[in-house]
Every structure is written in structure tokens, then in C-alpha cells.
Design a protein around this ligand. Structure first.
Ligand SMILES: Cc1ncc(COP(=O)(O)O)c(C=O)c1O
Length: 398
């Protein structure tokens, strides 16, 4: 196994991930190892493989050469000791939560988490007696106040969905560390190209690889990266029981997508800033939420935490409220009306008429979302074509 020299930039590391040596030559594309059962000559070596996550391959649910190449590549980019690839982002998140929590434990979680994570925490609370306190992502004091003797995890997202608030990772994880509480950060929106949460005090980073890592809306996957081999081993044992492991084709597609991650992220960031700036000047737009804009509440924090851009996600408020937001979502022509994010295609969503349709205007406001909020995941199309599309959809929505 060769690992890239530490002085190499992330742009080079994505193209040259740690690679398995093959005698005499080295395939530039990672091979797909479809085999899931591995034979041993020595019974003691087989016994050892059951307990060593970095050891010999044994059975596909516990490890596979292609999957391990993906794990090493993401651990390398995030600066972690080891990683665990899963069948989806939720597979990675659940592997971490179920491995580290037991009933009666307390979790401090950011208020504006991805809906699936929120639902999972709600389920853990209702069915397994895990206590959950929600906090904003900006106040270390609020986290300090929320601490209890049984607090086990602090759970944050680097950039939140859909209002793009940026978490003060160094301040919040410092409070957790002081209290002996593990910090888990979902870094899906930022990617390791813009932020490496382990460098800011996190113990575990999770990703929906379905999004920017894969990048082409054709793979469903997840990865959890660990600051220490001990933490990785603990979660690995539970994850192999849970059975949410990534399969080799998922790993291969994700690795293939990751080779262009740096180029895509740069383009996503540049185009999102260009669109956010133009949206902010449009009379049908009441507000734009993008950390790259000076008026964003976390602009200064984003400048300290995010390196090289502010991400490809933005949201804006249509002045016409719910009806206009709904009409806008149906009026886009180049962008697609679709869930998910982080791929090469630009997608829009109107939460009030889709993912959050069960909430009235007041409940939406409590969730931090406006009735006319539109979420945009900015793809890599030409920004002028994207603007022409958003502009015509704004005109049509009235
Ligand atoms: C921030 C974030 N984390 C996790 C997930 C879950 O990922 P997956 O759909 O791959 O299970 C998503 C999905 O949208 C997400 O946006």
C-alpha cells in the first residue's frame, strides 16, 4: 500500500489516492474486487482477521479490497486514522450512532440537521431512551449549558441544510473535548476540500458519498472517518453486525467520482457565488442565504473555517411566499426539480411544498425555513445558462 506524501495538495491526493501495489505495475483505475469470501491456510490467521479491521480480508461485510481503497482515500483527504465505507450516508451515520450510544445516553445535536439524521435521533429517543438536546451551531456557551453527566456525543454539520449556517466547529468541539464528549461532524456539504473537521477538534466525520464525493447522482454511499484507530475499530465491529457495508461497485464509482472532486468543488463554489450575488440583486428575491455573501450571518466564521470557497449550496426567499416558491420550482428548465445535492446537475427544491409540506408557515419559521424558500444545489453547468434559467423561472413565478 502506498500513501501520498504529506506535502501533496488535496487536488493531487484525489487523483492519486493510497493505492494497493500490484507486482510489476499499478492500475491507474482501481480494480473492482467482486469476491466476498477469502480463504486462509492458517486457522490462527483466520481467527485474527475476525478482530482486526486493518488486517486480512475475510468476508465482504467486514472488508473488501476495493472498499478499503475508498476508505483509505477518504481517510487520507480528511486527515483521519481510518474510515468505514457504508451503503449510504444514513448507513454511515447509523453505524456511528448505534455503535457509540446506549439507552440512557445523552446527545447534543444541532437543531438544523439533515432530516434523516433528525428522524434517527428522534427514533433513538422514542424507542431506545437516548436523550437529545438541540442547540444552534454557533454558541459554545449553549453547548456547555446543555452538557449532562451522561452526555456522550455532540453531533454537528459543517454547513447546514437548507439555510447554509456554518457551525463554529473549533469552539463547539473544544467544549465537548473538555467534557470528554465525542464530536461527530457531517461534512457532506463542505467536503474535505473546503473543511477538515478533524483538524478543528472533531473525533468522527461522516459523509453522504451520494453527494459531492460521488458527484454524479449515480451512486448511493456513505463514509465515516475516525481520528483514531481505536474509535474506528469500535465502530467497525458494530457496523459489520449492522450490515450496512458498502459494496465494491459503490466504492469503485465513488473513487472514480472523487478523482474530479477538486475541480468540481471549485466550479460549484464559483458558480454558487455568482448566482447568489445575482439573486441578491433581483427584485423578486427577499433574501439569499450563502456563506460567501458578506451579509450572511456566518460570513466571517466561514472565512476562518472554509478554505478555498463557500460550497455549492444556497437558498433564497421568494418575495411571493409559498405560492411563488411552488411556481418557481415548477418553472425551471435547465435546473431539475429533484431531491439530493452535490452532483454535476443543478437541482432546486421548494421545501414548503415538498420535504416540509406538512408544516404551516409558522411551523416552517420555527424550523428556520421560509414559506418561499428555494434550495439550490449548484451544478457545473455554465453559470450564465444557470442564471438565464433562474431568471426566467423568477419571472414566470411572478
Ligand atoms: C447532510 C446529509 N447527510 C446525510 C445524508 C444521508 O445520505 P444518504 O442519502 O446517502 O443516506 C444526506 C442526504 O441528503 C445529507 O444531505
Amino acid at each position: 500500500m502506498t500513501t501520498p506524501p504529506p506535502e501533496r495538495h488535496p487536488e493531487s491526493r484525489t487523483v492519486h489516492p493510497p493505492a494497493a501495489e500490484v507486482t510489476g505495475s499499478r492500475p491507474l483505475g482501481v480494480p473492482i474486487h467482486q469476491g466476498h469470501v477469502f480463504a486462509f491456510d492458517d486457522p490462527d490467521a483466520l481467527a485474527a482477521a475476525f478482530t482486526d479491521p486493518a488486517g486480512a480480508f475475510l468476508y465482504g461485510r467486514m472488508g473488501n479490497p476495493t472498499v478499503r481503497t475508498l476508505e483509505r482515500a477518504v481517510a487520507d483527504l480528511e486527515g483521519g486514522a481510518a474510515a468505514l465505507a457504508a451503503a449510504s450516508g444514513m448507513g454511515a451515520i447509523n453505524s456511528v450512532l448505534l455503535a457509540l450510544l446506549r439507552s440512557g445516553d445523552h446527545v447534543i445535536a444541532q437543531r438544523s440537521l439533515y432530516g434523516g439524521t433528525m428522524a434517527m435521533l428522534g427514533d433513538l429517543a422514542a424507542r431506545w431512551g437516548v436523550q437529545v438536546t438541540h442547540v444552534g451551531g454557533d454558541s459554545a456557551e449553549e453547548v456547555r449549558q446543555a452538557l449532562r453527566p451522561n452526555t456522550r456525543l455532540l453531533y454537528l454539520e459543517t454547513i447546514s441544510n437548507p439555510m447554509t449556517r456554518v457551525s463554529d466547529l473549533p469552539a463547539l468541539t473544544a467544549v465537548a473535548r473538555e467534557a470528554g464528549v465525542l464530536s461527530v461532524v457531517d461534512n457532506t456539504f463542505a467536503t474535505p476540500l473546503l473543511c477538515r473537521p478533524l483538524d478543528h477538534g472533531a473525533d468522527i466525520v461522516v459523509h453522504s458519498a451520494t453527494k459531492y464525493l460521488g458527484g454524479h447522482s449515480d451512486v448511493l454511499g456513505g463514509v465515516a472517518v475516525f481520528a483514531s484507530a481505536e474509535l474506528h475499530a469500535k465502530v467497525w465491529h458494530h457496523a459489520s453486525e449492522l450490515g450496512a457495508s458498502a459494496d465494491p461497485f459503490t466504492a469503485w464509482l465513488t473513487l472514480r467520482g472523487m478523482q474530479t472532486l477538486a475541480l468540481r468543488v471549485r466550479r460549484h463554489c464559483d458558480s454558487a457565488l455568482a448566482l447568489a450575488t445575482r439573486l441578491a440583486a433581483h427584485p423578486a428575491v427577499a433574501a439569499v442565504h450563502y456563506p460567501g455573501l458578506p451579509q450572511h450571518p456566518d460570513h466571517a466564521l466561514a472565512g476562518r473555517l472554509l478554505d478555498g470557497g463557500h460550497g455549492g449550496m444556497l437558498a433564497f426567499e421568494h418575495v411571493g411566499g409559498r405560492a411563488a416558491g411552488h411556481a418557481f420550482a415548477g418553472a425551471v428548465r435547465l435546473a431539475a426539480l429533484a431531491p439530493s445535492l452535490g452532483g454535476v446537475h443543478t437541482l432546486v427544491m421548494h421545501p414548503a411544498s415538498t420535504s416540509h409540506r406538512q408544516l404551516d408557515d409558522e411551523q416552517l419559521r420555527a424550523a428556520g425555513i421560509g414559506a418561499g424558500t428555494i434550495r439550490v444545489t449548484v451544478g457545473i453547468e455554465h453559470p450564465d445558462d444557470l442564471w438565464a434559467d433562474l431568471d426566467q423561472a423568477l419571472a414566470e413565478a411572478g
